[in-house]
Design a protein around this ligand. Structure first.
Ligand SMILES: [Zn+2]
Length: 357
């Protein structure tokens, strides 16, 4: 399914291909969890279609050999190759970082928390390059996809650059990345660049309204969108699982018990520990940032986390203390080479207690 926020980029690609002005390398930027894999598969399908179809609906129903291969989501296509990060290859022998199976792209992109710079192996880049210069199996061109360009090391990027400078005939190279600036300028300057944006709130709202299990609630949707960093797909998952309500329950308990009793922090800590370390940090950071904005007179209704809280207690924390607590958070959750280290309970307790002292 081509989600509504993907359609403008699909149409730009279609126009460039139709008019014969699509270069051999394309860099596609977009944040995680926007379903960009659907867009990439749609583009590859269009590029490889033997009947030269362009419209998504027509391609999905087309019966050329190439299009039929795309219909099986667990399947593969001989003229498409995905280069993914190598992290899974050690644990799971079946997972190769260079494969033509559609699932590999999906698996690599959905795993956005653990990416590491330099995690795309240069040997795999070299194998991809030799594959590119082999002929097409179905005779209608080839598509090579690098699923997380932000994880290219310098040597991997340099190896790829060669294909940019001497492109193989009828081959399209697509590099995905979260942000353009994560890629070296040498690659950026030689490729066609497109960006997927998802910022139209009414479009996101419509999507959630159509796909939610329960009734749509704007306040809940806004909290879920903050937690998902504005991904409608992730927000939908959170809303259907009631994850946003767990977060709000934690915040409401914090507001209620902030100055209440000496033991308040232990129950709060229990609630907080239900979330992953990455999310714990993210929730506390967002809370502090919203409180700082509130103190700077941003309306409560504009602040997703605060809009359902009564704020009698949290709003009494002085701004300097909020700034200090924010800095403390950064040092409490440390990152080591892509590994997230959970803050020890004792530190979290001290941090929570310091908010009210
Ligand atoms: Zn076709």
């Amino acid at each position: 399914m081509l989600y509504p926020w993907l359609i403008p980029t699909y149409n730009r690609f279609k126009l460039a291909l139709r008019q014969g002005r699509l270069p051999s390398s394309l860099i596609l930027a977009g944040q995680a969890n926007l379903g960009i894999e659907e867009l990439v598969l749609g583009m590859a399908r269009m590029y490889l279609c033997q009947h030269k179809k362009y419209e998504y609906e027509e391609l999905v129903q087309d019966n050329c050999k190439s299009c039929l291969l795309f219909n099986n989501r667990d399947g593969s296509h001989p003229d498409i190759m995905f280069l993914t990060t190598a992290k899974n290859s050690g644990q799971d022998k079946d997972f190769a970082d260079l494969a033509n199976t559609f699932e590999n792209l999906q698996a690599d992109l959905s795993d956005s928390d653990e990416e590491m710079k330099g995690n795309i192996r240069v040997e795999s880049v070299r194998s991809l390059i030799s594959w590119i210069y082999e002929g097409s199996v179905l005779g209608n061109g080839k598509v090579a996809v690098v699923s997380k360009g932000q994880c290219l090391s310098e040597s991997s990027a340099n190896a790829l650059l060669k294909t940019f400078e001497e492109p193989a005939a009828d081959t399209l190279m697509i590099i995905l990345t979260e942000k353009f600036e994560d890629l070296p300028a040498t690659l950026l300057s030689r490729a066609f660049k497109m960006e997927v944006l998802c910022q139209d709130f009414s479009q996101i709202e419509n999507f959630l309204k159509t796909h939610l299990k329960d009734n749509y609630d704007e306040k809940r949707a806004k909290v879920a969108l903050v937690l998902s960093k504005n991904s409608p797909l992730k927000a939908l998952e959170y809303l259907n699982a009631g994850y946003d309500e767990d977060v709000m329950f934690f915040l409401q308990t914090l507001e209620k018990e902030l100055f209440d009793k000496a033991s308040f922090c232990n129950s709060l800590l229990g609630l907080l520990k239900k979330f992953t370390p990455l999310m714990q940090r993210y929730i506390l950071e967002e809370l502090l940032l919203e409180l700082i904005k509130y103190k700077a007179r941003v309306a409560q209704s504009e602040l997703p986390f605060l809009s359902s809280l009564d704020l009698k207690k949290l709003a009494t924390i002085p701004s300097e203390k909020l700034f200090f607590a924010y800095q403390e958070l950064q040092s409490m959750f440390s990152y080591e080479k892509g590994l997230k280290v959970a803050a020890p309970d004792a530190l979290l307790l001290t941090w929570l207690t310091s908010l009210r002292n």
